[in-house]
Design a protein around this ligand. Structure first.
Ligand code: KG4
Ligand code: ZN
Length: 340
């Protein structure tokens, strides 16, 4: 059987990272990310600064992706881009660039849903990483999303649970901000948590009866807890940051695992994939992995470079759209909200 080699250049610019990748079928040839450090001093992403940085980064990032892949523009089969969800000004930079490139090269243009891509990243060929089979459950956890998705096929996905307020990444980032850590705080909490006692401080879980999540109450609980203790001891954070981080991470993991257990009971599906920036968290990865022996689940934990925003996952999702001939006209626009 003849297998056509499909070369896809994908651009991801939905938030604060400018990324480009080249894939040949399911294989990553290059995966380049320019992280924007400008937002650190503001404690969060400033949309205007993000789109300006995307404009500065996009040409060198794409050039580097092509160079590292050792692929010329003329070899490309299609151009893919993140259509949404994300920040409008950021999405527009990638969308416009992808459109002009597809037009100039006269090749198909493919629009990708960022959240689909976080899930379809599991279909990238990587040594030592298995691919899930349909149907499976995906827990997508990022700075903007917290969802449990029933994945029936590449583009047939149902959200069966999601956050009613903050995303889990926001719970990490806002806790970090309360503790005076720079943005994004998730990775730092992860680091300190590894050296702390997860049972030192107890926080209460929100009461949400179905598969939905709520994290805004937890953030408030943590804020009051820290304020109260700092009043008694001004050095409270510095002296106890490891235990605080471990305890916060512990309650977040408990919340996520409780809902995953419910989702498994409800659907009978025991293949679980995680994706999104927060799936880089070592505590979450470890706890999920333990369910394989504990509950007999089969888990899919992405390689680190495919957890936080990247363009390889966009190219992977685009590959399956390419096979279906799901192309866009040049009239396609970015959309800040996701249309599943
Ligand atoms: O998927 P992503 O790169 O961007 C969005 O689409 O939002 O996710 C970014 C989020 C941030 O909230 C960041 O703090 C969090 O992922 N994050 C982590 C870790 N690494 C990144 N949270 C907890 N532990 C980590 N190791
Ligand atoms: Zn993301």
């Amino acid at each position: 059987m003849h297998h056509k080699e499909v070369f896809i250049l994908a651009i991801e610019s939905s938030c604060d990272d400018t990324a480009a990748a080249v894939l040949c079928n399911n294989k990553v040839l290059s995966n380049v990310v320019a992280r924007q450090s400008i937002h650190e001093e503001y404690g969060g992403v400033v949309p205007e600064l993000a789109s300006r940085a995307h404009q500065q980064n996009i040409v060198p990032v794409i050039d580097m992706a092509l160079k590292k892949a050792n692929v010329t523009k003329n070899q490309l089969s299609a151009i893919a881009f993140t259509q949404g969800p994300g920040l409008m000004g950021s999405l527009l930079v990638g969308t416009s660039f992808a459109k002009s490139l597809a037009m100039a090269l006269d090749i198909p243009l493919i629009a990708v849903n960022h959240m689909h891509a976080h899930i379809l990243a599991h279909f990238i060929d990587e040594k030592g990483f298995d691919k899930p089979t349909f149907p499976f459950l995906a827990l997508t956890i990022s700075g903007g999303h917290t969802q449990i998705v029933k994945v029936n096929d590449f583009f047939n996905m149902e959200i069966i649970g999601e956050t009613t307020d903050d995303a889990v990444g926001e719970a990490f980032d806002k806790t970090a901000k309360i503790l005076g850590f720079p943005y994004p705080g998730g990775p730092l909490i992860d680091l300190f948590a590894a050296k702390g006692n997860p049972k030192k401080y107890t926080f209460t879980k929100p009461k949400v009866s179905n598969l939905d999540f709520s994290f805004s109450g937890l953030k408030t609980q943590i804020l009051y807890f820290v304020q109260k203790n700092v009043l008694e001891n001004p050095n409270f954070i510095e002296e106890h940051k490891k235990d605080i981080c471990a305890s916060v991470q512990n309650i977040i993991i408990e919340i996520l695992m409780e809902k995953l257990n419910m989702a498994v009971a409800q659907t009978g599906i025991t293949q679980i994939a995680i994706g999104g920036g927060v799936s880089a968290n070592t505590g979450i990865r470890k706890t999920l992995k333990e369910t394989e022996t504990k509950f007999g689940w089969k888990t899919f934990i992405p390689k680190f470079e495919y957890t936080t925003d990247n363009a390889a996952m966009i190219a992977m999702a685009a590959h399956y759209k390419y096979l279906e001939g799901a192309f866009e006209s040049l009239a396609v626009t970015a959309s800040a909200r996701s249309n599943w």
